[in-house]
Design a protein around this ligand. Structure first.
Ligand code: ADP
Ligand code: MG
Length: 255
């Protein structure tokens, strides 16, 4: 059975998509079969993995709103062992359309069940909100990986996120856990970044990964080439740290 991990933080621009793409590719390189589900209408994970709109027939919207089989939306990426369920802009209407539907919180959970045994890891890239798409991801997941930007106000809003996790645990998914907290975009030249890391460690304790993702311009360039960092620039600092993160995640599962 695959582990389902949602990457979530209602703040935008903290590294959810970058981590989904690059953790996914690095887990695949370590012999894991990985599926990334893009659940953000921006479709950044989809385009960042080189999937063009013209290649997409059905996407995650059809799965959530029309109960289209998830397996039929899977596309192979150019990276071995790494598949994606794409998102397009039509997903932006999904939350409103789901509101009046039955079992609106568990649509993704039902869909993921159908393919869970075909992958070692299923990552879900969440949108920057705590709406129905993120709730669907939490209901479908075993755990949540929270990327946190190493900047001032890093902890702001995390209370709301934790509260949403507690509500989902209480009403839908009691086994849901926090997989880990990942510090991203650290600028090691500034004292502030290091201070913020310490503050987050004080709050989340051992849940914070030892791996810290540095600010690395190669990581921000890779998506426009439709490649994970390990393909775009394998010797970059960004590639090395995402490889380290993948090892840390696997170690957690005794692999
Ligand atoms: P989110 O999915 O949380 O909105 P993204 O992963 O899209 O965040 O990251 C926001 C922006 O920052 C993107 O342009 C991305 O390329 C860039 N970025 C993400 N992580 C890094 C990093 N470690 N170093 C430099 N740029 C980064
Ligand atoms: Mg994103």
């Amino acid at each position: 059975m695959g582990k389902v991990i949602a990457l979530a933080n209602q703040k935008g621009g903290v590294g959810k998509t970058t981590t989904s793409i690059n953790l996914g590719a690095c887990l695949a390189d370590l012999g894991q079969k990985v599926l990334l589900i893009d659940s953000d209408a921006q479709g950044n994970a989809t385009s960042g993995l080189g999937i063009h709109k013209t290649e997409i027939d059905k996407d995650i919207y059809d799965v959530l709103v029309n109960e289209y089989p998830l397996a039929k939306t899977v596309i192979k990426t150019a990276h071995p062992n790494f598949d994606i369920v794409p998102a397009t802009i039509q997903l932006s209407g999904a939350e409103i359309e789901l509101t009046s539907q039955l079992a609106r919180e568990s649509r993704l959970q039902e869909a993921v069940k159908q393919i869970k045994d075909q992958y070692n890891f299923i990552l879900i890239d969440c949108p920057p909100s705590l709406g129905l798409l993120t709730i669907n991801a939490f209901c479908a997941s075993d755990s949540i990986l929270i990327p946190v930007q190493s900047e001032y106000y890093a902890l702001e809003g995390l209370g709301q996120l934790l509260n949403t996790i507690r509500l989902v645990q209480k009403h839908f998914n009691p086994a849901l856990e926090i997989e880990g907290v990942l510090m991203t975009m650290l600028d090691a030249r500034t004292k502030l970044g290091i201070q913020v890391v310490k503050e987050v460690q004080k709050f989340f304790g051992k849940k914070v990964y030892q791996t810290i993702i540095p600010r690395n311009v190669r990581l921000s360039e890779a998506p426009s080439y439709g490649q994970p960092i390990v393909d775009y620039d394998p010797t970059s600092k960004g590639a090395q740290e995402y490889q380290a993160l993948a090892k840390e995640v696997l170690a957690h599962y005794g692999k």
